[in-house]
Design a protein around this ligand. Structure first.
Ligand SMILES: NC(=O)c1ccc[n+]([C@@H]2O[C@H](COP(=O)([O-])OP(=O)(O)OC[C@H]3O[C@@H](n4cnc5c(N)ncnc54)[C@H](OP(=O)(O)O)[C@@H]3O)[C@@H](O)[C@H]2O)c1
Length: 252
């Protein structure tokens, strides 16, 4: 679909991949609704892009519903990019119940709830798009990131099901599956990225893939593209995959 003049909602637009995506969409001629928690960053991005800022902490009960109401009050919507999310570093045995609930709420429940709430408006448009920023962790599994991986796998299969459910409508569904991206994600989760490979890619690369998911209506994109290979091995030769990941796949 053409994003010129389209209204795009980007969650987690106050940082990293979401901020880069908002700027790409702005450059491509979209109008923006920018979600995040950090009011100062959102205000700066809103000023730069002419977008509307919506603040909400998706870990708080009722926050997604309230944000959806604010977004729909602001006007029509053509694109929803579900990007907001957070990580956690460490084994599940060391997590508190609150840690688990926060990841489930922000990474899984929020994109599902927001999509559900905004879908009637998206279905009203002749052409619309929903894009989910998932993670390679949701396709491969990563030691020390089991709950994070589960949230991303949940979003992934929600997107796949939604794509089938919306066949025949004007709403296209895409997932962008990043590997390691150079953002504040790792510092915020409390442990810097510690592997030598894969090397972190710039957030702009993921933003390019999100834009392409919308404009070229792509169902799935890995960033970087070669990440599809280990996932293909996992699907076709699971025992080989498990042997290789036991040898090379540690925590990130
Ligand atoms: N970086 C990577 O290597 C990587 C790899 C694969 C997938 N991803 C996914 O990419 C997405 C964006 O991450 P990023 O790398 O850009 O990280 P980031 O720079 O830390 O940005 C995360 C964004 O999510 C928002 N967010 C975090 N907790 C929130 C909450 N409780 N309620 C509402 N919003 C919240 C943040 O808002 P505030 O800043 O305003 O708090 C921020 O805008 C996430 O879904 C992440 O899982 C990242």
């Amino acid at each position: 679909m053409d994003v010129r003049g389209a209204v795009a909602v980007v969650t987690g637009a106050s940082s990293g991949i979401g901020a880069a995506t908002a700027l790409r969409l702005h450059e491509a001629g979209a109008r923006l609704v920018l979600h995040g928690r950090d009011g100062d960053r959102l205000a700066a991005l809103a000023e730069r892009t002419g977008g509307v800022a919506v603040r909400a902490d998706f870990a708080e009960p009722g926050a997604v519903e309230a944000a959806a109401a604010e977004i729909t009050r602001a006007g029509r919507i053509d694109v929803l990019v579900n990007n907001a999310g957070l990580g956690y570093a460490g084994p599940v045995s060391g997590m508190s119940g609150a840690d688990v609930r926060r990841l489930l709420s922000v990474n899984l429940a929020a994109p599902v709830e927001l999509t559900r709430a905004l879908l009637p408006d998206l279905l009203d448009r002749p052409r619309a798009a929903v894009v989910f920023v998932t993670s390679i962790a949701g396709r491969a599994g990563v030691a020390g990131e089991s709950v994070y991986s589960a949230t991303k796998a949940g979003v992934d299969v929600f997107a796949e099901s939604l794509r089938l459910e919306l066949a025949g409508t004007g709403v296209r569904v895409g997932v962008v599956v990043p590997g390691v991206v150079d953002t504040e994600f790792f510092a915020r989760r409390g442990r810097p990225y510690q592997r030598r490979s894969p090397r972190p890619v710039p957030a702009g690369k993921v933003a390019d893939a999100v834009l392409e998911a919308i404009t070229a209506e792509r169902a799935e994109q890995y960033v970087p593209r070669w990440l599809r290979l280990p996932i293909a091995v996992r699907a076709t030769a699971p025992s080989v995959y498990r042997a290789l990941s036991a040898r090379f796949g540690g925590s990130s």
